[in-house]
Structures are given as C-alpha cells and as structure tokens.
Design a protein around this ligand. Structure first.
Ligand SMILES: N[C@@H](CCC(=O)N[C@@H](CS)C(=O)NCC(=O)O)C(=O)O
Length: 242
C-alpha cells in the first residue's frame, strides 16, 4: 500500500549546493527517506522556531508533527520497505552509533563554528541568510550568529581556540576516513543507515564553500570526497544538475 508523502521541513539549499537542504540533520533525514524508499515532499523553512523542538528538521505525518531527525527515523522505521541495517553485526551497529554521536554532537559544533562564527567562514556563512529578503536578513543573521556563539560556548566547543577547533574537526574526519577505508560505504558494498548521517555531515563540508583549513582537509581526503559523490549520484541524481 503506498502512503501519502511525508512532509519534511528543513532549511533551504544555500550556496548552490546539489542537495535539497543545508541543514546536516535535515539532509540526514532526507537521505534516509530516499534510502528506505519512503515518499516525501520537502518544504523550505528557514525558521526553526516553527518546529516542535525549535530546531530543524521536522515532519508532518498522518496529522502528527514530529521534530528531531532521530525521533523521526524511529517513528518511521517500521514503515520502511527495507531494513538498511539487516546485515550488520552487533559490533558494526555499536560503531555506527558512536560515529553518529560524534558527527551529531561534536562535528556539528565544529562545522557550525567554522562556517558561522570564525570570521573567515562567516563571509560564506552569512550567504545562507540571503534566502531572507533584505533588509531583514541583516538583522536575522546578526541575531542568529549571536545566539549560535552562546550555544557553542554553552555546549563546549566554543570555548576552544580556532586552531584547537579545526584540529578537533580534522580528527573527526580522519576517523571517518580510517573507518571507510577503501570500501564504497561505511560497512561494505551496500549502504546502511549510518551512511545517511556520514553523507550529510561530510557533503555539507565538501559542497559548501568555506575558507577554513578544515574544509581544505576534507577536500584532501579523496576517499571521502569520492564517497560523497557516490552517495550524491545514488540518491540525489535529480538534484545534481541544479
Ligand atoms: N538533534 C536534532 C538536532 C537539530 C539541529 O541542531 N538543527 C539545527 C540545524 S542543522 C538547528 O535547527 N539550529 C537552529 C537553532 O538551534 O536555533 C536532530 O537530530 O534533528
């Protein structure tokens, strides 16, 4: 039985990126929906305060509004036509959880810092706000940057020097590179659920322009850039010409 499309709300695709949203969590979700063949309609919504958790992404499904990429995937997993993790061992599932937590809870902070707080990155980061009509975009971007600076300080990463933050991000990327090795996907020839998260965070480093040394490092890890292109080709062929 085919179901009505799931309505997905996430930030828009700034910087001309070849994926439908520049939110790593939104992209994780949209990628996963494509991987498990659940129909969805993506709505650009750049105001996370409209969502139930004041964060992007969220969905509306069967009259219910649900926020948080993980909670959404938990709610929808039973409807998925494929179990992407069916072939994984208990150890691989544990590694996948560690990688997901590293990217969601640590690398995300580093990524936000480099793109939106560091002055060099901000020259690119502020372009995201051009989706909002002028002159409101200037006020919104100033307030969002101020709030993000406070958030990153409270969460911890914002207390470190720029050089320390870059090194922490490099360590995260090197860890993913070592885990991927020469495989096509994190655990072999076929993608599993963790590939949605890995693709989201890596591709939004690789495809988003930013002058940070972290970005330079990402682009030097050719196994990871080839991985992003492979995932893009497999799941977002319809977008890559955009
Ligand atoms: N745990 C959440 C994290 C969501 C999240 O941090 N979203 C960011 C965008 S990538 C956001 O909405 N930031 C805006 C804000 O914090 O005000 C998830 O998995 O969906």
């Amino acid at each position: 039985m085919s179901r009505a499309p799931i309505q997905v709300y996430s930030f828009g695709p700034a910087w001309g990126i070849p994926v439908p949203t520049c939110s790593p969590f939104g992209l994780k979700l949209v990628t996963w929906l494509r991987m498990v063949d659940l129909p969805s309609t993506m709505h650009v919504e750049n105001n996370p305060a409209k969502g139930p958790k004041n964060k992007c992404p969220w969905i509306v499904v069967d009259g219910q509004t649900i926020g948080d990429s993980e909670l959404i995937m938990s709610r929808l997993r039973a409807e998925a036509t494929v179990d992407l993790n069916a072939g994984l061992s208990a150890e691989q599932k544990a590694i996948a959880l560690c990688v997901r937590r590293m990217l969601d809870e640590h690398y995300h902070q580093v990524w936000e810092h480099q793109l939106f707080i560091d002055d060099g990155g901000w020259e690119q980061g502020k372009i995201f706000f051009n989706q909002i009509p002028a002159p409101a975009n200037i006020l919104v971007r100033t307030l969002v940057r101020r709030d993000l600076r406070k958030q990153l300080y409270a969460r911890g990463v914002g207390r470190h020097s720029n050089a320390e933050i870059i090194q922490m991000g490099i360590d995260d990327l090197d860890a993913v590179d070592a885990l991927l090795g020469d495989r096509d996907f994190l655990f072999g020839d076929a993608p599993s659920e963790i590939d949605a998260t890995v693709f989201a965070f890596l591709s939004l480093t690789y495809y988003v322009p930013c002058p940070s040394p972290l970005w330079t490092h990402m682009r030097s890890l050719t196994r990871l850039t080839a991985y992003c292109d492979r995932m893009l080709d497999r799941y977002f062929k319809d977008q890559s010409a955009a």
